[in-house]
Design a protein around this ligand. Sequence first.
Ligand code: ZN
Length: 280
Amino acid sequence: MRVGNLSNRLTLFAGHGAIDVEEMSGGRFGADPQAVYDRWDEFTEWVVSSRHTADAVPYSVEDLGAPAPRPRQVFAIGANYRAHAAEGDFPVPENPMVFTKWSSSFTGPVGQIVLPGATVDWEAELVVVIGKRARTIPAGRGWAYVAGLTAGQDVTERTVQLRDGNPQFSPSKSFPGFSPSGPWLVTLDEFVDPADLGISCSVNGREMQKARTSELLFSVPVLVEELSRLVTLEPGDVIFTGTPAGVGFNRKPPLYLAAGDILVTEIEGIGQMRHRFVSA
Ligand code: ZN
């Protein structure tokens, strides 16, 4: 199933069309794309048991929003690919390095992002949405707490991140528009192997990052274990799982996003996001 956010309404995507969930369900499920995660099992059972593909209607990708637009909690993981830790001269962490991206930075999979500075960088990431409350869950059961997967970018202002010698991960990664996700949430049954997906991004058609999610140092189920040992994960919570090698600030010379640049982010089996950067 592909489910997401079209003009702030919960929507199923089938073929090249969209199906409004509130309309199709006769009001059983509301229009709020975030609220559905609190009834995730009931919702997925309804989708499986209903016949709805004939009613899919055309839509515009500009109207897509974040699949989980207002999570209670957002987690992001640093240095979660060995090659990215190496390029940034970070030690390979023994435990997940966790920070947050405040949800005011969320945006959809297509559109413009304002550059707040001259050192804005890309970070293509696999994004997880939680489908069930999770507390002290072993990794062996971790996938059962995942509603689905989507693509994301952990856009970062590097000067803010590194100024004063004290890393400021969350502020540097939470400017408006700095946390796009989409184009929709894909449930795990849609993947041959949800733990091994190609992930890539390009700037103006030049490939910058290319990896597989099987290279994650802390896999999705291990992140569910580690995070649920620290906090209670709530339905609809979002996890940005970390970025592979190939970000701009480790290049020689460093390369940053400029006004007019087009950033395309893609994950195999999920789809593509496309953002244009503009000056403030
Ligand atoms: Zn990141």
